[in-house]
Design a protein around this ligand. Structure first.
Ligand code: PMP
Length: 282
């Protein structure tokens, strides 16, 4: 296709023409937040939940929401319609805006609003049938992981460590307790039950956390959020990750050791099928 069209501060323009001033506080301080929403058959999936989380992130850092819900819906619908793909993922970012460099909030500036859409490429058949590898590391991020902040250095370093180890994700632990992946929520299956970490200031409330609760309820699978110790992760029958772009994926190797029998398990299969049904039904 011709070039991607992006939204920047009220205008739609080709990606290569979009520019922000160097004093944007997103660039200078990482002072901003973002969202990533999957789009199936032209329709954003679980959009209400994504917009609610966007509003919570903005509120947490004291930026006024530049749009109400219908404003965001209109903007994103317009962006989607400018691209040929049936399945897309939309990235939205709001920063505090442009001002002379000073840590404290400047008065009277306008937030920078950016959005782009890319083709959604679902995980490959190989990843689904063989699962992916993950590593573990201490969680060295700050204590407001519930805010979907663009300050992602801790997550970036964790993902890079995974990639350098030939793995697809890094599972992070604080004081021996599982938090989340560098860009995903992590799930364990034990005796046919699904267990995830509680969402709090240490774990982002992934939109798939609520989705998995719904999918488990509809499929008759027991679902609990509770603190998960490192030893339990290594003793799990199955491990899975969820995110907007990777949906649900089995983790079949952890720190070089097989998870369970080393193959995607029955709980993953059921959740994968339920996920596809939910996409079609939305
Ligand atoms: N945790 C982190 C740190 C993430 O970056 C993501 C991906 N946005 C998630 C969890 C999963 O969230 P979601 O299901 O909304 O994609």
């Amino acid at each position: 296709m011709s070039e991607q069209i992006v939204y920047l501060n009220g205008e739609f323009l080709p990606l290569s023409e979009a520019r922000i001033p160097v004093l944007d506080r997103g660039f200078i301080f990482g002072d901003g937040i973002y969202e990533v929403v999957p789009v199936y058959a032209g329709r954003p999936f679980r959009f209400t939940q994504h917009l609610q989380r966007l509003a919570r992130s903005l509120q947490a850092i004291g930026i006024d929401n530049p749009f109400d819900e219908s404003g965001w819906r209109g903007l994103v619908a317009d962006l989607i319609s400018r691209h040929p793909w049936s399945d897309q993922f939309v990235y939205m970012q709001v920063t505090r805006g442009v001002a002379k460099r000073d840590h404290a909030f400047p008065k009277g500036i306008r937030p920078t609003v950016f959005a782009m859409s890319s083709e959604f490429i679902a995980p490959s058949r190989e990843q689904r049938e063989q699962g992916v590898a993950a590593i573990t590391l201490p969680d060295e991020r700050w204590l407001h992981c519930d805010i979907k902040s663009v300050s992602l250095l801790g997550n970036v370093l964790a993902k890079q460590a995974a990639v350098e180890a030939g793995a697809a994700e890094c599972l992070m632990f604080r004081d021996g307790i599982l938090t989340e992946g560098s860009s995903s929520n992590i799930w364990m299956a034990r005796h046919g039950k699904v267990v995830g970490s509680p969402v709090n200031h240490l774990v982002l409330e992934g939109i798939r956390v609520g989705l998995l609760a719904d999918l488990c309820a509809a499929s008759g699978i027991d679902y609990t959020l509770r603190r998960i110790a490192r030893e339990e992760v290594f003793a799990a029958d199955e491990l899975m990750l969820t995110s907007a772009t990777r949906e649900v994926l089995p983790i079949t190797r952890l720190d070089g050791k097989p998870v369970g029998d080393g193959r995607p398990g029955p709980v993953y299969q059921r959740l994968f099928n339920a996920y596809q049904d939910a996409k079609r039904a939305a």
